[in-house]
Design a protein around this ligand. Sequence first.
Ligand code: FAD
Length: 338
Amino acid sequence: MRSVRVAVVGAGVVGFSTAVCISEALPVCSVTVLAERFSPDITSDVAAGILLAAEYPDIPLERQRRWFKDSFDHLLAVAQSAHAPEAGVMLSSGWQVFREVPSDQKPFWSDFVIGFRQMTKRELERFPEHKFGLACTTVKCECSSYLPWLEKRFREAGGRVQQRKVDSLQELSGSFDLIVNCSGLGSRTLVGDTMVHPIRGQVLKVEAPWLQHFVRDGDGTTYIYPGIHSVTVGGTRQEGDWRLQLDEGDGKSILQRCSRLEPSLSRAKVLGQRVGLRPGRRNPRVERELLEVQGRQVPVIHNYGHGGWGVSLAWGTAVDALRLVRECLQETRLQAKL
Ligand code: FAD
């Protein structure tokens, strides 16, 4: 019987990954996803969805490696299954190229992607402004397909979905026994976390079916990611910028920078442009706390602040959040026995 009522706030890639993990692993929980906005109108939909990652400064590397590995293995299995086209998950091979030889030539995620290696001299010839490069096959997860697919999987596991803005976690405490906060940038107001801030990103979708390899400039501001229906070219990383409207200058600069990396892009047809606000934070917050409401304690598990790598880490942090939910349930049961 599903006797523990769990609220997951947020319907992005982090919220739905967490909701699926909990509802599939813990039949005792009845899980409801509550969110103000859903796909295709959220940040997750704007992500190119390539699985790479940057290192967060204060999280033990072992934990970050686990987050990446769990996400990669999960999405690789989807990419290799019959679900791949519906879920929008595919393998993607390509290069990350650097103008100067970087100090870290073997990023922490390199053990988990497929065929990681340094680029050969011959491969680098097509990037005359770059001195060094890394090559690998990774996964690309397109959230405009992946989120509906996850939602379907969640509903099949008995999950429920409600469109609703949550003004405070306290307001949920009467209807739910446990709250999981996956509200991304929304956590700034929802839980008053001023460390969360927007990092604005603009991308273009172009038609260029002849492009089959991804190319990412070392610093990550310029990239070309071929996908299932179009190629995503980007981007911008504007810290503290809340503007959701398109910036014409950004669009031009993206096309110029990308065409320097891949000259044939000047022939590509622009299909559309989008802007998203990444939930920036020095480190993602994946931890538990107790909320005091009218003398009662309600367990809250936070899972937000993934910045520019929420697609790459969503499943891994969801598995971590599930572990924290289990801990809460065990403690509550122990307390009940005392
Ligand atoms: P969101 O997708 O923003 O979802 C938040 C959810 O919380 C929404 O449903 C919202 O309505 C809900 N919510 C918030 N506040 C409330 C409230 N008070 N009440 C109710 N609901 C609330 N990542 C990668 O790994 N790889 C990439 O290649 C990549 N490329 C990117 C390119 C761009 C241009 C951008 C902008 C981002 C990119 N990212 C990438 C980052 C990625 O998009 C984010 O890290 C990820 O989408 C964050 O997911 P989320 O679920 O935390 O947040």
